[in-house]
Design a protein around this ligand. Structure first.
Ligand SMILES: [Zn+2]
Length: 495
């Protein structure tokens, strides 16, 4: 069962209830390798992960029948939520493995998985014909799996299609009709490895647009700290990856924006217990296994931090601002932000106009103008809002907004960068007043403001409103608004 507690953009804070316990979403499931796990599950739990994922096929290879007689929680000594992957990825890697849907699902039931993935046919980065085949085969598997499901386990159905959006659409539309508990977007790892965030954004947005909004959606193989907030903003609720361990094996040190090679570092810029205790040089001089273990732990701390920052931003209604901030970390992230703005309409279907306990918005540059909530607000002002009074005055917003005041017989509408126009009567209602920006504003932001004022004036004139604009010679954008108003033959009170 999935309970959504809070929406922000298309993302949400929620709780997945399993037979064993709860998973707070967005959540990250560290991948446990049954054959060569260096960081113990206990340590993973101490870092703050209440859920793990492991591979059913590899677990069986490692533990055999014991898994069935004792149950996976006892064998792994972890009494929180365990998700199992069917092992389909191994099929992708090693060719066909002889296992039927029934064998795989019965095994997952028998070992006591809380969340279990059915046997699917992952797409990977293949040609369209093969991608199509994996979509059809996974759907065939899904119909069969519906009959084999039990009620205790949460069953996961992977969406296939690779980078072919029409195939993802077909896969999602058909999957949406089936009674699975969780949907998962398959095989994005190949694109993540290339930092092709844009492809992932398109894949997620396409799938999410077809999937039922009340169901959780998982993104397989996503372990880059930068992808979490972007994916979460489109409604991805869970992630899993072995990246923390794979990078460590390769001496790669995760940062908030990517990875660094350990040997290139003179200082650690992270405050996790590993980085607080050691220097890069000390780690380099260590025994390889111990270094790998410590690096894995650091990487998990970085992942945890990114997940928590994402959650906090959702809570505060600042997810878009957070994305703008991290879009500066690397060009691919900036590209991701741009791709995301293609899906504003889809996002605004879920994005709440108001938040219960929001933090003020902070504006820096034109990307803040793409904030779906701001776009939503401006669209409302320009298409729906009509002043009560037939006389309207447009006035620059005072520095201290406590001095905002109404006037008898005249509707006061304030103008301000980023937000645009704020009628006096809704001053202070989120998001119209709790925001900060720095002067001078970027030229694109000024153009956006003047454009909004122009569109509004033209509409008001058409509807027969009497408009006065207040403008100041001492302020550049107010001055430009005054000039624009004069061009539109509107009376301007210069100050
Ligand atoms: Zn660290």
């Amino acid at each position: 069962m999935f309970i959504i507690k809070e929406f922000e953009l298309e993302g949400r804070l929620g709780v997945i209830k399993t037979k064993r316990g709860k998973v707070e979403t967005p959540a990250f499931f560290p991948v446990i390798d049954p054959l060569k796990q260096l960081v113990s599950i206990k340590e993973i739990e101490e870092i703050g992960f209440d859920q793990i994922i492991t591979n059913a096929y590899l677990s069986y290879k490692r533990f055999g029948e014991k898994l069935i007689s004792e149950g996976i929680h006892n064998v792994l000594n972890f009494d929180k939520v365990i998700m199992t992957d069917s092992g389909a990825y191994q099929i992708l890697e090693y060719g066909n493995i002889d296992a039927s849907q029934e064998t795989v699902m019965n095994f997952e039931k028998a070992i006591g998985s809380d969340i279990a993935v059915i046997l699917d046919k992952p797409t990977g980065d293949v040609n369209k014909l093969d991608a199509e085949k994996s979509v059809e085969e996974t759907l065939k598997n899904a119909y069969e799996a519906v009959k084999l499901k039990d009620d205790k386990t949460l069953w996961v159905l992977p969406i296939q299609g690779g980078r072919y959006l029409d195939l993802i659409k077909r896969s999602s539309e058909e999957s949406a009709k089936l009674p699975f508990d969780i949907f998962a977007i398959g095989s994005p790892t190949v694109f993540l490895e290339k930092y092709s965030y844009k492809t992932i954004i398109d894949m997620i947005a396409t799938a999410k647009n077809c999937l039922p909004p009340e169901k959780p959606v998982h993104l397989f193989g996503a372990g880059h700290p930068l992808i979490f907030p972007f994916a979460a903003s489109l409604g991805i609720d869970a992630f899993d990856s072995a990246s923390y361990a794979l990078y460590a094996r390769d001496n790669r040190y995760m940062t908030d924006y990517g990875t660094e090679r350990l040997e290139d570092l003179d200082y650690f810029t992270c405050n996790c217990p590993v980085c607080s205790k050691y220097t890069p040089k000390e780690l380099m001089e260590m025994d390889k296994k111990e270094r790998e273990r410590l690096l894995s732990m650091h990487n998990l701390y970085v992942i945890k931090r990114s997940i928590n920052r994402t959650k906090q931003a959702i809570k505060e209604g600042r997810l878009w601002e957070f994305l703008v901030e991290i879009s500066r970390y690397r060009p691919e992230a900036y590209e991701a932000l741009r791709s995301l703005s293609k899906y504003i309409k889809q996002i605004n279907k879920y994005n709440p106009r108001y938040k219960g306990n929001p933090r003020g918005l902070r504006f820096y540059n034109e990307e803040n103008l793409w904030n779906p909530r701001i776009i939503n607000y401006k669209t409302w002002i320009l298409t729906k809002y009509l002043p009560d009074e037939k006389k309207v005055i447009l006035r620059q917003i005072p520095k201290d907004t406590r001095y905002c005041m109404g006037e008898d017989g005249r509707e006061v509408i304030y103008y301000t960068p980023y937000i645009g126009l704020i009628p006096y009567e809704i001053c202070g209602v989120y998001p119209t007043i709790q925001f900060h920006y720095y002067d001078p504003i970027p030229i694109q932001v000024e153009r956006d403001l003047i454009n909004m004022v122009r569109v509004f004036i033209i509409k008001m004139k058409k509807l027969g409103y009497d408009i006065i604009v207040e403008a100041s010679y001492n302020n550049y954008y107010s001055h430009d608004i005054g000039k624009e108003a004069e061009r539109l033959k509107v009376k301007v009170n210069w100050k």
